[in-house]
Ligand binder design. Sequence first.
Ligand code: AMP
Length: 216
Amino acid sequence: MQLIIFGPPGVGKGTLSDMLAEKHKIPHISTGDIFRKEIKSGNSELIQYVEKGLLVPDSVVNKIVEKGLKQENCRNGFILDGYPRTIDQSEFLENVLWKLKKKIDLVLNLVASEEEIIKRLTARRNCGKCGAVYNLITMKPKKKDICDKCQGTLVTRKDDEPETIRKRIQVYEEETSPLVEHYKNKKLIFDIDASPRPRTVFSSVVEAVEKEIPKQ
Ligand code: AMP
């Protein structure tokens, strides 16, 4: 099961990828998570892109994804979240998968209105310690500002500040959304209404995977 979870920032790609990865016991490869970890451990080169909502250069992202896909834990499948984000990245991905004798089975395109996306990004909080994601409207922590999993303090991601949210949506429209057409032409895309609550969207995701990848 080789999947891409696609959609604009804040639509719920990370949460749904986590849920699906847990259900199918396959790795969730999130380029955004990888970059945030890198920044936390001192790689200051990436800050200029990630914290401003700009895309990290293709050459950097591609190398990281290629390394991830070659790992033994991707033998039975993987979920790509936040990658590819440009046509060049998608072409690079096809090339790498071809060399590994793999292919993408399905691209789940999460769809929600811009108003809903802005509402979600504004309400999103992350654990500063373990990175777990919360939402003050749909996925509240049990204790205010405290992570349920590790008791770390919840913070707002730098790129979830209003100014940067607008930039990220613009970058998505200009550089990433052309991939919808690209995967439509390859008959790989399946639209999912991502406006309901995460549990409901997850049921649609599971249904889509069962329908589109029948052997799973
Ligand atoms: P995300 O958590 O997926 O929203 O990603 C956070 C940030 O990481 C993005 O705004 C970009 O700066 C960077 N990033 C993540 N994935 C990619 C990618 N595939 N290509 C370029 N930059 C990326």
